[in-house]
Design a protein around this ligand. Structure first.
Ligand code: ATP
Length: 220
């Protein structure tokens, strides 16, 4: 008798304005560490939290993300948030994927420690923890210790600590996992600032994306 293992789908959302090696290298490491069947980068069409004047169009950010990923056996880019009108709330994306993919797929929502520490500002945030696992990536300057208090206070008092401080267990069964990935102190903000000052962004992001930015005169 063959035992069917659930398939694992990683969901890596973000503004990706632009995508850089901080996103790409960690995605590669998460796919390998968790043996994900697939990972999708999901650019937000209208990010609820970024009211940045420099917010480049969805199509442009989608194109840069596609250029960056290229052909990869397990990683691809999803335009799911561009197919919905209005602000891109993660909860709506997750509900939709849950509906379309069913229980056969385990979902892993991937995000940086900086982002999950702000989770209480997200729409229907407590429900997110009842739909999928979370994979938390370290980012320089952010403290893992703060997360426990936020989760227990704001999401569910019954969060349990996993052995070896690997993360937390929600009473509903899903986990919030810490994953030690290569710490890369790269941000899109810094890249936009370098480009704006006429300085080099080379080696912080894929060359194809860097050239696309120059060709299309982005971030000037
Ligand atoms: P910005 O500087 O414009 O705020 P960003 O570089 O943080 O952008 P986002 O598109 O906002 O990039 O990030 C999408 C997700 O990727 C977030 O969950 C964020 O925490 C994570 N992330 C961004 N940069 C890194 C990095 N260098 N290492 C690990 N995770 C990262």
């Amino acid at each position: 008798m063959t035992i069917l293992r659930p398939k694992r789908l990683g969901l890596f959302g973000g503004t990706f304005n632009p995508i850089h090696y901080g996103h790409l290298r960690t995605a590669e490491e998460v796919v390998e560490a968790l043996n994900l069947t697939r990972l999708w980068f999901i650019p937000a069409a209208l990010p609820p939290h970024k009211t940045d004047r420099q917010l480049t169009s969805f199509e442009t950010r989608l194109e840069m993300t596609r250029l960056a990923v290229g052909r990869h056996p397990r990683i691809s880019v999803s335009d799911i948030e561009g197919r919905r009108p209005g602000k891109s709330y993660s909860i709506e994306t997750l509900r939709q994927i849950r509906r379309e993919y069913g229980q056969e797929w385990e979902l892993y929502f991937i995000l940086g420690l900086d982002a999950i520490l702000e989770i209480t500002t997200w729409k229907d945030y407590a429900e997110l923890f009842t739909l999928c696992h979370f994979v938390v990536l370290d980012r320089p300057g952010y403290d893992r210790g703060e997360l426990e208090a936020v989760l227990r206070r704001e999401v569910h008092r019954q969060f349990q600590t996993l052995p070896e401080a690997a993360g937390f267990q929600h009473p509903g069964g899903y986990q919030v996992l810490f994953l030690a990935t290569t710490l890369l102190d790269i941000s899109a903000t810094r890249i936009r600032s370098l480009v704006g000052q006429g300085r080099s962004s080379r080696y912080l992001l894929p060359e194809k994306v860097r050239r696309y930015i120059i060709k299309n005169k982005l971030y000037l």
